[in-house]
Design a protein around this ligand. Structure first.
Ligand SMILES: Cc1cc2nc3c(=O)[nH]c(=O)nc-3n(C[C@H](O)[C@H](O)[C@H](O)COP(=O)(O)O)c2cc1C
Length: 180
C-alpha cells in the first residue's frame, strides 16, 4: 500500500527514545523526550537530534549550547510521557514528572537519576532541516548504571529501553505498550 509521504517516519520505528535535559540562561531546568535521534560519529563522539524550533529544549540549546541525553527504561514510561506535555517556559518537567535531577560534571544541565545512561553534550552544529532543526552534539562525558550493562552492552532484558512507535505507542521488550 502507498503511505502518506508525511507519515514516512512511522515505518522507521521503533525509535530509541531519549529524554533531553537542558537549562536556560537563568538556570531553569527543562526536560522533553526525543525520538528523532541517532549517533553520527565515534571519534569525535557525536550524536544528532532533530527538534521543532519552537520547543523550549531548542531555545535552551541556543542559549547555553549544552544538553544531556538520558536513556530511559520501562520503569519511567509514565514519567517520560509527563515530560512531553506542553508546559509554559521555565516550568521544570522533572519536578512535574517526579524525576530526580543529578548534577552533571561538565555541562550545567542536570542528568536524570532514574535513567540507565547519561550523555553530557555540547552543541557543535545546528542547522535548519525542513520543519526541524538538526542539532549535533559532542558527547563530553558518558555514564551508565553498572547494572544496566551486560558485557559492555545495554542489558536490554533488565533495562527494557523505551522505543517509540508513534503517538502514545511504544515498544517495550517484545510487546507494544500504550501510555494510559
Ligand atoms: C516519545 C516522544 C518522542 C518525541 N520526539 C520528538 C523529536 O524527536 N523531536 C521533537 O521536536 N519533538 C519530539 N517530541 C515532542 C516533544 O517532546 C514535546 O513537544 C515537548 O513538549 C517539547 O518540550 P519542550 O518545549 O519543553 O522542549 C516527542 C514526544 C514524545 C512523546
Amino acid at each position: 500500500m502507498e503511505l502518506e509521504l508525511s507519515q514516512f517516519y512511522r515505518v522507521m520505528a521503533p525509535r530509541t527514545t531519549i529524554i533531553v535535559t537542558t537549562v536556560n540562561r537563568k538556570g531553569e531546568i527543562n526536560a522533553a523526550p526525543f525520538s528523532f535521534t541517532m549517533p553520527v560519529s565515534v571519534n569525535p563522539p557525536l550524536l544528532a537530534l532533530a527538534s521543532v524550533p519552537t520547543h523550549h529544549t531548542y531555545h535552551n540549546l541556543q542559549e547555553t549550547g549544552e544538553f544531556v541525553v538520558n536513556l530511559p527504561g520501562e520503569g519511567i514510561l509514565d514519567q517520560l510521557w509527563i515530560t512531553s506535555e506542553s508546559f509554559p517556559a521555565g516550568v521544570n518537567e522533572l519536578e512535574k514528572a517526579h524525576l530526580t535531577p543529578k548534577e552533571s560534571l561538565i555541562v550545567k544541565a542536570p542528568a536524570i537519576k532514574e535513567c540507565a545512561a547519561q550523555l553530557e553534550c555540547k552543541v557543535v552544529m545546528d542547522r535548519e532541516c525542513g520543519d526541524h532543526q538538526l542539532v549535533v552534539g559532542e558527547v563530553v562525558r558518558a555514564t551508565a548504571l553498572e547494572e544496566s550493562l551486560l558485557e559492555g552492552l545495554l542489558d536490554v532484558e533488565k533495562t527494557k529501553p523505551l522505543l517509540h512507535l508513534g503517538g502514545k505507542d511504544f515498544v517495550v521488550g517484545d510487546h507494544r505498550k500504550r501510555v494510559e
